[in-house]
Design a protein. Structure first.
Length: 289
């Protein structure tokens, strides 16, 4: 009932603003629900705002950095508390126990706090939703902390094992890490976004992993968890100072699991800066208990 009332109020506000206008500029990804309020208007799609959002202000970098620090703390807490009996639901509730004050201090209506662990029975499907009653297994498990606090987003993800990985698992973990390092080495102003995925894909294809690549290696982060620039084939946007992107090249194996770290990264004047901070090495991420 409340949502219906808000929608009706918003509709009346829009209609009033549209009075006397025959042409309106609008973002190309705007909701059809908005344009449908004034079907006689000549809508002019444009990506001006989307392009402006690619470069973050000092204020925005500060807000994103705060969110990055908080979700990093949650990943470290997850790795410190997880055990063989942990269920997805237990770890989903963890942020409110370990960073409740930070979440409250940065509260807004746009907050999003998600800390999920994808056991290996789900982690090979990167866009699946694990059963909340599922239990952490041997691995590769993937911990995903995707936060938005006070309007600004960040993400931190880690692949981890509950016991010593097999030789094959160790190989795939190291392949993922090599792809990650290749990508990090490319992050600097002047590099085309498409070149980043090309370089990462070339390595993985050389490792005979073409069929195990299921998504792009990274994307922009800001007001939303996914925005421009996409670090993908076909996108020739040139990286610039103060862009913020994710670094998450990954490989997936049905019946075994997925291998993916993700960090929130700031493009600096001459390279990059990691805004998230969590364990990286296989030794650190083998949580034997």
């Amino acid at each position: 009932m409340l949502r219906l009332k808000l929608v009706k109020t918003g509709t009346r506000w829009l209609q009033k603003k549209f009075e006397g206008l025959d042409k309106i500029g609008i973002e190309s990804n705007a909701l059809l629900e908005i344009t449908a309020k004034a079907p006689t208007v000549d809508w002019q799609p444009n990506d001006i705002i989307k392009k402006l959002r690619e470069i973050k202000s000092a204020y925005e970098i500060d807000k994103i950095s705060t969110t990055a620090r908080v979700c990093s703390r949650v990943v470290r807490a997850t790795l410190g508390q997880v055990n063989n009996d942990s269920k997805v639901i237990d770890l989903y509730n963890l942020p409110f126990k370990v960073v409740g004050k930070e979440i409250a201090d940065n509260f807004s209506l746009t907050n999003r706090v998600t800390n999920g662990v994808w056991p290996s029975t789900y982690s090979f499907m990167p866009h699946s939703i694990p059963d909340m009653a599922a239990t952490v297994d041997h691995g590769p498990n993937v911990n995903v902390a995707v936060f938005r606090l006070a309007g600004y987003a960040a993400e931190c993800e880690r692949t981890f094992f509950m016991e010593k990985p097999t030789k094959e698992e160790e190989l795939h973990f190291n392949q993922m890490m090599t792809a990650r390092n290749i990508m990090l080495d490319m992050l600097r102003p002047g590099v085309k976004a498409s070149e980043v995925e090309t370089k990462v894909r070339d390595y993985l294809i050389d490792q005979h992993l073409t069929a195990n690549i299921l998504h792009r290696p990274g994307h922009g982060i800001g007001l939303n968890n996914h925005e421009e620039p996409t670090l993908s084939l076909g996108n020739d946007t040139v990286l610039k100072e103060n862009m913020v992107v994710s670094v998450e090249p990954a490989i997936y194996f049905e019946g075994q699991g997925g291998y993916r770290h993700s960090d929130t990264v700031l493009i600096t004047k001459d390279g990059y800066k990691l805004l998230t901070n969590a364990p990286v090495t296989l030794e650190e991420l083998t949580v034997e208990n």
